[in-house]
Design a protein around this ligand. Structure first.
Ligand SMILES: *Cc1c(COP(=O)(O)O)cnc(C)c1O
Length: 387
């Protein structure tokens, strides 16, 4: 037998993190003590009350059958209550909410619901790779919207050519942003909404990090902004808020027609989210505010410690106001890959090269603050002796 990968798979952008990962494994084999700021995955465990809820749920036979569809009522109801309490956004529990197997799953499938072959998705760049890769796998085309520091990492919408806009069906946005940590304000979202209305483009807003913020500066939801529900939806997730990346649970909220479109795709692709996990997720949303606050306090301490130490090392850097990422220019104008390789070889520290998020990430690296303060201290001692 000879196997041939589909053209769409062959055309995917190269996996730039592979080389760093290979090197990292090689060094670990040699016994080097690696400190990793690489992965955007919380290092702390899921809070105990959520695990307890899961423990109880898992013995209930009602959860042992196909979950199908938009999700159990309790979960959707807690999502609606969370959106009301946190963002003052009203959601219809029956039509404007759908459970997802992690928000990445919804991001990957929404293009199937709304793009035909040759249609365009507008994707931020640097950006979370799933927006573009799902578009390409689903036989759409990608138009990259550069996010530049001087524009607050918000895309210059007026620069997108008219012929692109005619073929564009969906625009992905992400605030608080991975990897740049930018947070969009109401005026920026308003601009996007007006633009989307004018050109008949769906806005798919990725809100995975709204609960990871500092100094009590709460990021807004896209859906808080007037007119948002007419043009778009928001993806949200329990992954980052409650350290639940492994559980695979998220949701889509917003425009009912768009929610329905994704629902049709999902009906044909999967059979729902394990309802015991949905039950635990309901408890997380219902009772998790305090725990989320405790986690923010931990990240805030880490952020402050990290930024202070970076400044000592000569980095000219602004503290992020949300997300657990620090997006920094490399030192001495090195390329992202050069700098990441040097950090690994000389300091045993893993960072993510910014060009892995797209060409406009070149010259940057991303640190994930998913490392405790003791290890951070060790990391800075190594950097100080090297630089
Ligand atoms: C982590 C992350 C998600 C969340 O993914 P899940 O599938 O819900 O775990 C979504 N978007 C971005 C930008 C992320 O960094």
């Amino acid at each position: 037998m000879r196997f041939n990968y589909a053209d769409t798979i062959k055309k995917l952008p190269p996996y730039i993190f592979a080389e760093i990962d290979r090197k990292k494994k090689e060094l670990i084999e040699k016994g080097v003590d690696i400190i990793s700021f690489g992965v955007g995955d919380p290092d702390l465990p899921t809070p105990e009350f959520i695990i307890e809820a899961m423990k109880k749920a898992i013995f209930d036979p009602k959860h042992h059958q196909y979950p199908f569809g938009k999700g159990i009522y309790e979960f959707r109801n807690e999502i609606a209550k969370f959106y009301k309490r946190r963002f003052n956004v009203d959601l219809n529990v029956e039509t404007e909410i759908h459970a997802l197997i992690g928000s990445k799953e919804g991001i990957a499938h929404i293009t199937l619901g709304f793009l035909d072959a040759g249609d365009i998705a507008l994707c931020p760049e640097p950006g979370y790779p799933a927006y573009a890769s799902s578009t390409l796998i689903n036989k759409g085309e990608v138009y990259y919207m550069p996010l530049k520091e001087e524009n607050g990492y918000f895309p210059k919408l007026e620069k997108i050519p008219e012929d692109i806009l005619k073929r564009a069906k969906i625009m992905f946005l992400n605030s608080p942003n991975n990897p740049t940590a930018a947070v969009y304000n109401e005026a920026q979202f308003k601009k996007a909404i007006e633009f989307a209305k004018k050109y008949n483009i769906i806005i798919a807003h990725d809100a995975a990090y709204t609960e990871i913020y500092y100094d009590n500066k709460k990021p807004i939801s896209f859906l808080e902004v007037e007119g948002a529900k007419e043009v778009g939806i928001e993806f949200h997730s329990l992954s980052k808020t409650y350290n639940m990346t492994g559980w695979r649970i998220g949701f889509i909220v917003g425009n009912r027609e768009i929610v329905k479109g994704l629902g049709i795709v999902k009906d044909n692709f999967d059979s729902g989210v394990f309802s015991a996990i949905q039950e635990a997720g309901s408890i997380a949303l219902e009772k998790g505010d305090k725990e989320a606050e405790r986690l923010r306090e931990i990240y805030q301490k880490r952020r402050d410690f990290f930024i202070d130490n970076m400044k000592d090392l000569g980095w000219d850097i602004k503290a992020p106001s949300a997300t657990f990422y620090v997006w920094a220019k490399t030192l001495n104008n090195m390329s992202s890959t050069q700098f990441a390789t040097l950090m690994l070889d000389k300091c045993g520290i893993v960072v993510t090269p910014g060009n892995g998020f797209g060409v406009d990430g070149e010259g940057y690296i991303r640190f994930a603050l998913t490392v405790d303060e003791n290890r951070m201290k060790e990391a800075f001692e190594r950097m100080k002796s090297f630089f």
